[in-house]
Design a binder for this molecule. Structure first.
Ligand code: NAD
Ligand code: UGA
Length: 433
């Protein structure tokens, strides 16, 4: 079976290469010519552990190719995945569907035999219907089905998540499409991955419900962390204490500076808008989004308090910039809001990230970029750990103390042990402990 993957970003590229690894012939199409040129030259446009190796392996076998020639790729395809971006639409918080609709208009005239158009992008309920209508109106005789197949992979663990998913969700309204989907995911069913077949609209909503639920879980533990700080309790112990209960589960209970990334912030907003439009507001999710937004800036105030009440004319060293470790993605990273709030209060900012410095340069201005963590700390009035990269977990604490002008460490990910920090003589502030 021939697969065409439209959009070679985090999701399209990872899904495309994994399908090729399962033995399918996959063509990845992207309008970004420099991305396609980089991929054809063996360079990865994103940082994702293990990606370069698995791409190289599948390009070598001839099963994976990259092109900007949409017409050829669509004509050859049995299954066409749509994995383009659905960012927040400017002004109102809805998902911007212009890229998805553009793809529907572009592929419609190219459909000359039965194709399954599979929407992998995260899209509001009803988008599959709209895509179906666009294609049917443009090419009335086209034989095709539109399927929803949301993706649940996480950046930084994307290949493993794709190949060993907790479940695959397929929203199809006809048997012919379901049969094609079953063939596509057969390698995963052989590995016992649960397949959840449902209708298209439910499938579209499952994706938003899943992300909103996870965002809620994180926000809940973050508020518990605040309460722990006020009451002298320990949020890590609390998380373990509730996480042993299988009905709650131990995952996604790490308190931190607020969730960020390319998905939770935009998907919670889009769900809120959809729910309001349909007259069934999701007040819990509305609160989660608002609390999370406030939290990021509150982290700036936490740093100010740790610094004795003011950061004016002080240098703050920020370690870790990406929204989580093992990615170079800066979209909606908490570091951005934290740095802005510290700059607003008069601080000079020096930063370091093991992988995300290039992407950071596109969004963070007026900061100084340091070549390594210790250079970042040299002479600074405080160190703030924002992203829990492994290489930052193992810093030499004596060197940290020697490098800093003032021995202040604010750990927004709880990676260090309070007793150890005290022993070294660092004034240490963490989250909910
Ligand atoms: P991305 O921005 O990394 O990639 C999108 C790609 O689509 C870009 O390379 C862009 O050039 C390309 N594109 C846009 N219009 C095109 C067109 N008409 N033809 C061909 N290519 C086109 O986005 P992403 O992070 O991969 O996310 C894609 C979708 O998947 C979003 O809806 C997102 O919410 C969802 N999603 C993302 C993740 C994640 O971890 N990033 C996980 C699950 C779901
Ligand atoms: C998230 C979901 O986990 C994926 O299932 C989903 O496919 C994806 O969004 C998407 O729709 O794009 P991702 O954004 O890559 O994946 O990363 P997560 O590991 O979920 O982390 C998101 C944010 O929450 C990060 O800022 C992270 O630091 C924060 N987080 C996560 C916490 O603060 N505490 C936790 O316990 C877990």
């Amino acid at each position: 079976m021939n697969i065409t993957m439209i959009g070679a970003g985090y999701v399209g590229l990872v899904s495309g290469v994994c399908f090729a690894d399962f033995g399918f012939d996959v063509t990845c199409v992207d309008t970004n010519a420099s991305k396609i040129a980089a991929l054809n030259a063996g360079r990865m446009p994103i940082y994702e552990p293990g990606l370069a190796e698995i791409v190289a392996k599948n390009v070598k076998t001839g099963r994976l190719t990259f092109t900007s020639d949409l017409a050829r790729a669509v004509k050859a395809a049995d299954a066409i995945f749509v994995a383009v971006g659905t960012p927040t639409r400017r002004g109102d918080g809805h998902a911007d569907l212009s890229y998805v609709h553009a793809v529907a208009r572009e592929i419609a005239p190219l459909i000359d035999s039965y194709k399954v158009v599979i929407i992998k992008s995260t899209v509001p309920v009803g988008t599959g219907d709209a895509v179906h209508d666009i294609i049917a109106k443009t090419t009335p005789l086209a034989l095709f089905s539109v399927v929803s197949n949301p993706e649940f992979l996480r950046e930084g663990a994307a290949i493993d998540d794709f190949k060993r998913p907790d479940r695959v969700v397929i929203g199809a309204n006809d048997d012919r499409a379901r049969e094609v989907m079953a063939r596509l995911y057969r390698p995963l069913t052989l590995n016992q991955a649960p397949m959840h077949y449902t209708d298209r609209r439910t499938s579209e909503l499952i994706k938003y419900a899943a992300n909103a639920f996870l965002a809620t879980k994180i926000t809940f533990i973050n508020e518990m962390a605040d309460l722990c700080e006020r009451t002298g309790a320990n949020v890590q112990e609390l998380a373990r204490g509730i996480g042993f209960d299988n009905r709650i589960g131990a995952k996604f209970l790490h308190a931190g500076p607020g969730y960020g990334g390319s998905c939770f912030p935009k998907d919670t907003l889009a769900l809120i808008k959809t729910a309001q439009d349909f007259g069934a507001p999701t007040r819990i999710v509305e609160t989660v989004a608002a609390v999370n937004d406030q939290r990021k800036r509150a982290m700036g105030r936490k740093v100010v308090t740790a610094c004795g009440g003011s950061v004016r004319d002080k240098t703050i060293a920020i370690l870790g910039l990406t929204f989580k470790p093992n990615t170079d993605d800066m979209r909606d990273a908490p570091s951005i809001a934290i740095i802005q709030s510290l700059q607003d209060m008069g601080a000079a900012i020096r930063v370091f990230d093991p992988v995300g410095m290039d992407s950071a340069r596109e969004v963070l201005v007026d900061v100084t970029y340091a070549a390594d963590p210790y250079a970042c700390l040299a002479g600074a009035d405080a160190m703030v750990l924002v992203t829990e990269w492994d290489m930052l977990r193992g810093l030499d604490l004596n060197r940290v103390k020697a490098a800093l002008k003032e021995p202040v460490v604010v750990d927004l990910r709880n990676v260090y042990r309070p007793e150890e920090m005290k022993r070294v003589g660092l004034h240490y502030v963490s989250i909910g402990r």
